[in-house]
Each structure stands twice: as structure tokens, then as C-alpha cells.
Ligand binder design. Structure first.
Ligand code: NAI
Ligand code: A1CAB
Length: 273
């Protein structure tokens, strides 16, 4: 999309911590003008302050009718942060929220039922243009606004539309939180290498390159993940020995991830109450 288009009405970020910054970094990298961005955040990072010195509007009065307000505060901060923007509700301003758990009905109650709201679940690889974001909108969000959100988010990775909001907690547990599972895999693989006698820095170099390389191969190769796994696995070899442990139906990765993803989805449902 032509992100410069947003320059006419402006993009507001309510909260700009890790996720807001990851997305903003992606958009700036794709040519969004700093002068088109308003950030409201009581504790801005040094990075945001350096952008403010170059034209981003930091904690300044907001435009009367920005095209989009990206809500990127934690769910626990929502009741303090959102009501201040109620004057922008029930009009042409699209509220695009990335908060886990918080249901669309909460925004409708706070901003007015006729406010266009799109709930999105992105992930931090957005910072390098390799995120994936799932979207669902309310009845007031027009098709043009869904397309705008899709355009905006596709500037930082893939976008999928959901059938309904009921899918959001499971999506959050898989792709929203998922990068943390993968980073922990790097940590755990490196620690296991150390336990087999490798120096810490070599083990970390090997683990990080292996996970990112395998991720890139999964991204580019036409084969399924299962086939890519089979391609590494010589019959009776080393990989088969490790997979015997990892694929154990009782104690392997599938039941462990099932529990982890369920814990994340349950927490999302809890935050939504
Ligand atoms: N970190 C991640 O990987 C993902 C996070 N999310 C969602 O993004 C949201 C933000 O999460 P993070 O960026 O990780 O948290 P964070 O703590 O890094 O960022 C939240 C920001 O909100 C600011 N803030 C606090 N009170 C405020 C107020 N009254 N008005 C404006 N700003 C205020 C804080 O100073 C902070 O910079 C959460 O709702 C989370 O569920 C969604 C997908 C992935
Ligand atoms: O941990 C969280 O609650 C947020 C939502 C998805 C990723 N981070």
C-alpha cells in the first residue's frame, strides 16, 4: 500500500511498547512519514524520543480525525487509556486494536456502538516484515476499512481474516505468542548443546542459525513441514533417535505444546472477562 496516504489524516498509536514499536518500525521501513504518526505513551522509549526529534508527534494533541487509531496498550491498561479517545468514536476513525483478550464489545461500550473497530492479532516478526496478523471487524467497520487494515498490516507481513471473534484466543495462543515459543526453542537447544559439552557461545550460534535457517527453509520450500522433517531424518540415524523422544505421544513436544497453547488461550479468555 501507499503508506504515505495515511499522511493526510494521520495514524495514532495509543501505547507504543514492544508490539507498537515492532509495527511502527515495519511501517517506517516501508516509507511511512514520521510527520504522519502521533504516539501517545506516558513512558516512551529512547527510540521513540529519537523519532520525535525527527518529526514524529510524541504526546502531542491528536488530529481531529485520524484515519486509524492503533490501540497497543496492555489489556490491563485499557480502562485507563481508551476512554480519553471516546471523542473519536462513532465517526470515520477506525480503531484497530492488537490487545490480547479484550473483546470488540469492550471498545463498543467505551467508544460507542457505531465505532468502527477491527481487532487484530499480530506478532513481533512484524518488525522485520515477517509477521502474521489475524483480523476480525465489527458491524460498523466497512469493507473499505477492513481493506485499509489489511493493507496496513500486510506492510509488515501476512494477513488472514478470521471467520469470527471466537477464533481470536486460539490465534493469539498460536501466532501472537508463538514467536516466544520459538525463541525459547533456541535457548533450550543451545542449553542442550552445552550439556553435550559445547562452549556456550558456539552452542548459541549453532542453535540460533539452525532455528532461523529451518524457519527460512519452511518459508521458501514448497514441501510440507512434515516432508522437510523427513528430509533431515536418515533411517536409523541421529535425527530419528532425537525424534523418538520429541514425537513421543505421552511425553514429547505435541502434548507439551498442546498444554502450552491451551494455557495461552485460557489466559486470553480470562483477560477478556
Ligand atoms: N508483544 C507481543 O508479542 C504482542 C503483543 N500484543 C498486544 O499488544 C499490546 C501491547 O503489548 P506490548 O507491546 O508487549 O506491551 P508493552 O508494555 O511493551 O507496551 C505497552 C505500552 O503502553 C504504554 N502505556 C501504558 N499506559 C498507557 C496509557 N494510559 N496510554 C497510552 N499508553 C500507555 C506503556 O508505556 C507501554 O509503552 C498488548 O495488548 C498485547 O496483548 C499482541 C500481539 C503480540
Ligand atoms: O503475552 C501477551 O499477552 C501478548 C499477546 C500475544 C503476545 N504477547
Amino acid at each position: 500500500m501507499d503508506l504515505a496516504d495515511l499522511g493526510r489524516r494521520g495514524l495514532v498509536l495509543l501505547g507504543c511498547g514492544k508490539m507498537g514499536s515492532a509495527m511502527l518500525e515495519g511501517w517506517l521501513g516501508r516509507g511511512l512519514a514520521l510527520s504522519a504518526v502521533w504516539v501517545t505513551d506516558p513512558r516512551p522509549s529512547d527510540w521513540l524520543k529519537s523519532l520525535a526529534a525527527r518529526g514524529l508527534h510524541l504526546n502531542e494533541a491528536l488530529p481531529d480525525e485520524p484515519a486509524v487509531v492503533l490501540v497497543a496498550v496492555k489489556p490491563q491498561m485499557m480502562s485507563e487509556a481508551l476512554p480519553g479517545l471516546a471523542a473519536l468514536g462513532e465517526g470515520r476513525v477506525l480503531f484497530l486494536t492488537v490487545a490480547a483478550g479484550t473483546p470488540i464489545s469492550y471498545y463498543e461500550r467505551t467508544l460507542g456502538a457505531a465505532t468502527p473497530v477491527i481487532r487484530a492479532m499480530p506478532n513481533t516478526p512484524a518488525a522485520v516484515g515477517r509477521g502474521i496478523t489475524a483480523l476480525v471487524g465489527n458491524a460498523a467497520a466497512s469493507e473499505a476499512q477492513m481493506a485499509l487494515a489489511e493493507d496496513l498490516l500486510s506492510a509488515v507481513g501476512q494477513v488472514v481474516r478470521l471467520e469470527g471473534e471466537h477464533q481470536m484466543d486460539a490465534v493469539t495462543a498460536v501466532s501472537g505468542s508463538g514467536p516466544a515459543y520459538v525463541f525459547h526453542l533456541i535457548e533450550a537447544l543451545a542449553a542442550a548443546g552445552e550439556a553435550e559439552g559445547l562452549p556456550a557461545d558456539l552452542a548459541m550460534t549453532l542453535a540460533r542459525a539452525t532455528v532461523t535457517g529451518a524457519g527460512e527453509l519452511a518459508h521458501r520450500a514448497p514441501e510440507s513441514a512434515s516432508q522437510l522433517r523427513v528430509n533431515v531424518t536418515s533411517p536409523g540415524g541421529t535425527t530419528a533417535a532425537a525424534l523418538g523422544v520429541l514425537m513421543d505421544p505421552e511425553s514429547g513436544l505435541p502434548p507439551l505444546l498442546r498444554r502450552a497453547v491451551k494455557a495461552a488461550a485460557d489466559r486470553g479468555r480470562e483477560l477478556g472477562r
